[in-house]
Design a protein around this ligand. Sequence first.
Ligand SMILES: Cc1cc2nc3c(=O)[nH]c(=O)nc-3n(C[C@H](O)[C@H](O)[C@H](O)COP(=O)(O)OP(=O)(O)OC[C@H]3O[C@@H](n4cnc5c(N)ncnc54)[C@H](O)[C@@H]3O)c2cc1C
Length: 461
Amino acid sequence: MIAGDDKADVVIIGAGAAGLCAALAAREAGLSVTVLERDAEPAGNTAMTLGMLPGAGTRFQREKGIEDSPELFLADIMKKAKGKTDEHLARAVAQASGPAVEWLHDRHGVHFELLDDILYPGHAVHRYHVPKSRTGVEMEANLLAAAKAAGARIVTGALVQNLFAAEDGRVEVVGYSLNGEDKAIGAGAIVLATGGYGADTSIVAQHIPGMAEAVYCGHHGSTGDALRWGEALGAATADLGGYQGHCVADGPNLPVTWALVIRGGFQVNNTGKRFSNEMSGYSEQASEVLDQPGGTAWTIYDKRCEEPALTFQDYHRVLESGSVMTAESIGELAAKIGVPHEALQASFDQVRAAIDGVTADRFGRDFTDVSPLEGPFLAVRVRGALFHTQGGLMVDTSARVLRPDGSALPNLFAAGGAARGLSGPASYGYLGGNGLLTAVVLGRFAGEGAAALLGHARQTK
Ligand SMILES: Cc1cc2nc3c(=O)[nH]c(=O)nc-3n(C[C@H](O)[C@H](O)[C@H](O)COP(=O)(O)OP(=O)(O)OC[C@H]3O[C@@H](n4cnc5c(N)ncnc54)[C@H](O)[C@@H]3O)c2cc1C
């Protein structure tokens, strides 16, 4: 395939957080950049998030007196993944996480503030940074504006179909279709930033069979293209069973924030019984819920638990959908949600006994510092859903794609959902924020790595 006159130092495939951060870093180094995005309006999974990006040791944290460090963050990542991830990569990402937040905010106008009203499971301290509106839509819009302002060429409606490589694996030309017309562009380096494979049910069935029937709530573009291209070029893959699950309101399939659970909310199945430690992590809770009769459960909470959720637009959509039930008493709640009163009362009593320190929670949840729920009680029926996949192409700390023998492919980089994440081989390893973290940080690594490969010194530090 001949690219004709069209070429760029770096061709980036996908305009989510990973691709746009790669574009920013490559432009800073003076490279010419073309980003090819299949959708007319770039959004990706990035726009579907709450924009919660973890970063350790930022000035936003220091301003609020929060002591954090890359070591503490690394420890949290490794603990959640039960040690089953690449510690070397995790260390590099944790170290670069705080600087990446400040880089986007200070240099590129991608605004963040610290989310410090509620501590999410698995994080030792408050380290989520969020856009003002607490939406990924704002984050994606800001990233896109920044990439354009930095001089990246963004081609939308461009579905990449082929990578054309020389015998040594060097990708020389990228083939794509634009409004039905076949196009090609030559490249010095390629960044795969196409997201994961959650939208391809056959790949999900192969690697995550337990979630094959689950509702998929991610972006339609996560069709596993990077995985297919990488494998064809001889790349190694890792952790293909890793993913982020979540609970969604049954029916409208809207994400139900875990903020409802953190201050003492809990879940019961349709027999009125609790079934797990809800604070192990929201990702693994999705499959716990799917294992319950009917594949659903009720998240039960009160007005105090609801307070932090009200700061998220997503939760307002759940309220507007009519999915939330309200009841003045436990008896009324049991009747409204259709579970046996006695069993629901017993669940409330067990939680109360754990809060009061009378008996330990039988599922091992730590109820220290949690208050008992008080009426009016609220409840939403939830179902386990697949949000995004975490496995992908093996990369090094420059985001270069690796072969099984550890050698790097000549000019191929991967970031975000296209690359292997930091969450190990299953849902239990997903520490909240791992998704945007590896999109932003590995994206930046990829842009810088491409610059190093192509011999451009970074113009600014
Ligand atoms: C509902 C939801 C909530 C989430 N909340 C959070 C959160 O708060 N914090 C967090 O850390 N993570 C969260 N995640 C995970 C997070 O969204 C992802 O990990 C992250 O956005 C990945 O970024 P990315 O750039 O790799 O992929 P994406 O943002 O999905 O971007 C990939 C882009 O590539 C394009 N593309 C794909 N194939 C091609 C092709 N062949 N040619 C051209 N373009 C292509 C797609 O259209 C897409 O625009 C959430 C996910 C979901 C679904």
